[in-house]
Design a protein around this ligand. Structure first.
Ligand code: AMP
Length: 422
């Protein structure tokens, strides 16, 4: 009989193995530390939300809503359908409104980190289950808060040693100046509309800004000459954008204005930005964000300004470079003979209780094999128990780097392992 085939994980998902996790944890700690330095508080919305939430906020004509959602259809006639979050912002705004958080404070500064789901064609740096971290600052129109979100993202990257990335910013304008821009864009595309792909032709009517997001090379080339939102800004939006740029300069952050950044979601207004890394190849976006001044009101909340970003955790990890962290433990407890196995276990327990990390053999292997395991586990010390040590109620402490062995009581062994005794 052939053995059954080993199950495989779904395409576009990842298994995070023990050797991957030190880098993940390092990034996660940096994220938490930096966001807290900047006065952001953590929130954890559920992994899935009502499907309607994303239709209403992310936008009907976005790639995400049109083709990338992991949706669980309604289980009952006329019942609710749910979708695993393809991004955090809608869920976080829902959480703010449902829990009336804006009543407690006029400006909410929240951060999040966790898995996100998009049905995409998987490739290096692009997954169907990936992770994002980011912030939402809700309740202010101050351009300085746009700057602060960019500074916080930059701070995290610096803290984990990512360098060589670029910050590009743009302004999409507000609902006022959008009208003029929409007309300008339509007038530009109209004469060549028949040449555009089917997707673009459909989007021309439903949401013409989406045409600028098209990835078809010929369409992209045509769009090179398209008018840019930043050229049709109203007075207030121009002032806001100038203040953001001044704020970034004052904060010592280098950036470039890039008229082509539009961001693929419906809710963005005014400032939009992207962080890219040349180390990442074709999927070079580390993260991005911007203002979404209309979204909170559109979702039934007060008319307040808001700004946020989300970063791709896997992308930042790629930019941090491969990090192989050697396994390390304080001790490996070794039984010199079978009769000493339970004593070796007791010694391990006493050392763990003292805050020292370590392991021991559970296969009844020889002394020599146990010493090999101690080496492999990266233990700093072997703590050996044999009949001689047992008789004295002591253990033998052997530094794995070849230092001097000592036979001592377990409490003293703990002190030696902690470096409290020479
Ligand atoms: P977006 O809101 O689509 O700009 O996503 C924010 C960030 O998440 C991007 O800049 C990427 O770093 C990351 N990201 C987006 N989609 C994926 C994906 N499918 N796999 C891995 N990371 C992604």
């Amino acid at each position: 009989m052939t053995p059954p085939a080993v199950p495989r994980r779904p395409e576009g998902t990842q298994d995070l193995l023990p050797e991957n996790l030190p880098a993940w944890r390092r990034l996660e700690s940096a994220v938490r530390e930096v966001f807290e330095l900047y006065g952001y508080q953590e929130v954890r919305p559920p992994l899935f939300e009502s499907t309607a939430l994303f239709h209403k906020s992310t936008g009907e004509t976005t790639d995400i809503v049109e083709k990338q959602m992991f949706t669980v259809p309604s289980r009952a006639e006329g019942g609710e359908s749910f979708t695993f979050r393809p991004e955090f912002t809608p869920g976080v705004i829902r959480l703010i409104l449902e829990n009336q958080l804006l009543k407690q404070r006029p400006l909410l500064k929240l951060w999040y980190s966790g898995p996100v789901f998009r049905y995409e064609r998987p490739q290096k740096g692009r997954y169907r289950q990936f992770h994002q971290f980011g912030v939402e600052a809700v309740g202010s129109n101050d351009p300085l808060i746009d700057v602060e979100t960019i500074a916080a993202f930059e701070h995290i990257l610096r803290k984990v040693g990512v360098t060589g990335h670029a910050i590009r910013i743009n302004s999409m304008g507000c609902t006022e100046c959008r009208g003029a821009y929409r007309d300008a864009l339509r007038a530009f595309i109209q004469p060549n509309l028949a040449l555009y792909c089917e997707n673009c032709r459909r989007r021309f009517d439903r949401n013409v800004f989406r045409v600028l997001d098209c990835k078809v090379p010929a369409d992209r080339e045509r769009n090179e000459q398209a008018p840019a939102a930043v050229d049709s800004l109203c007075e207030a939006c121009r002032a806001h954008f100038a203040a953001v740029q001044q704020g970034l300069k004052d904060a010592g952050l280098s950036f470039a204005v890039d008229k082509r950044i539009v961001r693929g979601l419906d809710y963005y207004t005014r400032t939009v930005y992207e962080f890219t890394s040349p180390q990442l190849g074709s999927q070079d976006a580390l993260g991005g964000g911007g203002r979404y001044d209309g979204l909170v009101a559109q979702m039934g909340g007060p008319d307040v300004g808001a700004v946020g970003f989300s970063a791709g955790t896997e992308r930042v990890l790629l930019a941090m470079g491969e990090e192989t962290v050697a396994r390390a433990a304080d001790f490996y407890a070794v039984a010199a003979d079978d009769a000493s196995r339970s004593d070796a276990f007791r010694a391990a327990q006493a050392l763990r209780a003292a805050g020292l990390s370590g392991d021991l053999d559970f296969e009844g292997r020889s002394l020599k094999a146990q010493m090999r395991s101690a080496n492999k586990a990266g233990a700093r010390f072997a703590v050996i128990v044999g009949s001689e040590e047992r008789a004295q109620g002591r253990v033998r402490v052997k530094p794995m780097d070849g230092g001097e062995e000592r036979v001592v009581a377990i409490d003293e062994a703990a002190r030696i392992l902690k470096g409290e005794k020479p």
